[in-house]
Ligand binder design. Sequence first.
Ligand code: THU
Length: 154
Amino acid sequence: MKNQTLRDAVIRELIRMAMKAREQSYCPYSRFAVGAALLLGDGRIVTGCNIENAAYSPGNCAERTAIFKAVSEGNREFSAIAVVGGPAGKDPSSVCTPCGMCRQVLMEFCHPETFTIICAKDPETYQLYSLEEMLPAGFGPASLTVEMQVEDET
Ligand code: THU
């Protein structure tokens, strides 16, 4: 990632909180446990884990759990998210990247160039990406506004 503005200590704290949130993962079907920690614009951190379901489709990823928790509590400004995932009951063997649906949900609230996605294995092993890198040319609220303006002009 080009512009690293997040301090190392903040990155490591987000990863630690994502690891802690991962302990709450409810994943009896995939046995793949994920935790996420979302950094709000004011410095607070909201966490989430994946929550699966016997009907499969209603399951929710850790990232979206954190985002929906935060938005439902009145927060819409986000700076970064850390994600940690791997086989349940074990330490992850590699970094975990967000699924496409979570990238799209991030696109709704986060600036593609400044929002940082921390794909982590542990506090010392991680990769940083901007949302723009993870969802190039993504469709977000601004795209819809442009479309509506074009419609208004015709
Ligand atoms: N999962 C997440 O929670 N976040 C990711 O970034 C990747 C996948 C969850 C969804 C499902 O509960 C399990 O991991 C296996 O795909």
